[in-house]
Design a protein around this ligand. Structure first.
Ligand code: AMP
Length: 304
């Protein structure tokens, strides 16, 4: 039994009102697997990098119980590169550069030792590649969670719609939910998206928390009000990784466990934004996480 994470392992350059980074390690699979690693220890990654990607970064993933047998290293090629600039509200950002590089011809090869996967996190990546991964697994995983973004809605909507049909949980942000459904109201957007295939929909609302929709049920999770948000990059992927890592740990897929998983994912995401890139996710202690979960519990608890 294991959790398979696919997505990008990448270089990012980030500008926020607080500062600017040169190329640092990012990528949807990096954040998602680091997020999941705090709840689950059998994580396997499928991704691709160029020969410019530092070996010590791969070793760091391994230290977080991430099996990197499925991480392809393409000699003579460059890793995926993304650059973004955040607005003052830190909720919206402009993509400055997306260089696909090794991703252009990415063939996601699933090692035989990965075929035992019961949980599949389709991190943000081309929907065609996400679909190929599902097709290459001999048994359908117990839970498939898919993340995506506006970039793929703009350039590969048909493929995206086909992939969405195959998954159990879709996680997108509020603007993406509006774009995908053509509805402004998030409730109407969710109703529409739930007819497109997924049984569960999570709409991430940045500093305003997240909503989980399933059949006619809605759960609203808060986000922790933080005095300083340093860099939101990867928060969505960390959230998704924490979410599925927690689901893999509890082992039973139902609405109630998903409510808790959203809180655990949100807690991890709240750490992610405290420093640039994935730095804050590298060395969290159990105690820090447990305390943060309690802060979430306190935030939304009231008695009538
Ligand atoms: P998030 O802030 O959760 O949306 O994720 C940001 C991460 O997604 C960055 O580390 C980027 O490397 C990665 N990323 C940005 N654009 C793409 C894309 N088009 N496909 C896959 N990953 C991307």
């Amino acid at each position: 039994m294991s959790l398979l994470v696919i997505g990008t392992v990448a270089f990012d350059a980030i500008e926020t009102p607080f500062g600017k980074t040169d190329k640092i390690v990012g990528g949807s699979a990096t954040f998602a697997s680091l997020g999941a690693s705090y709840f689950y220890d059998k994580i396997k990654i499928v991704a691709v990098v160029g020969d410019d990607f530092p070996q010590h970064e791969i070793e760091d993933l391994q230290k977080h119980n991430v099996n990197t047998e499925g991480l392809q290293i393409k000699q003579g090629e460059k890793s995926f590169f993304w650059s973004g600039r955040y607005h003052n509200d830190m909720n919206s950002r402009d993509t400055l550069v997306t260089e696909l590089n090794v991703l252009e011809a990415f063939d996601p090869i699933i090692p035989d030792s990965y075929q035992d996967c019961e949980y599949l996190m389709l991190g943000n990546l081309s929907p065609q590649v996400q679909q190929t991964v599902i097709a290459r697994l001999k048994n359908r995983p117990k839970l498939i969670v898919m993340d995506t973004m506006n970039f793929w809605m703009d350039i590969a909507l048909d493929e995206l719609l086909k992939t969405i049909q195959l998954v159990d949980v879709l996680t997108i942000n509020d603007a993406e939910a509006r774009q995908l459904s053509g509805e402004f109201s998030l409730v109407k957007a969710a109703r529409k998206i739930l007819t497109m295939g997924p049984k569960y929909l999570i709409i991430k609302k940045g500093e305003h928390g997240a909503l989980l929709f399933h059949e006619d049920k809605i759960f609203s999770a808060p986000a922790l009000p933080l005095a300083e948000v340093f860099d939101p990059t990867g928060a969505g992927d960390t959230f998704a990784g924490g979410f599925i890592g927690y689901m893999a740990k509890v082992g039973t897929v139902n609405f109630n466990n998903m409510k808790n998983a959203i809180i655990f994912g949100s807690a991890l995401a709240s750490f992610c934004v405290e420093k640039f890139g994935s730095e804050r996710l590298r060395n969290l202690s159990e105690e820090e996480i447990a305390n943060r979960i309690q802060e979430f519990v306190g935030l939304a608890k009231f008695e009538l």
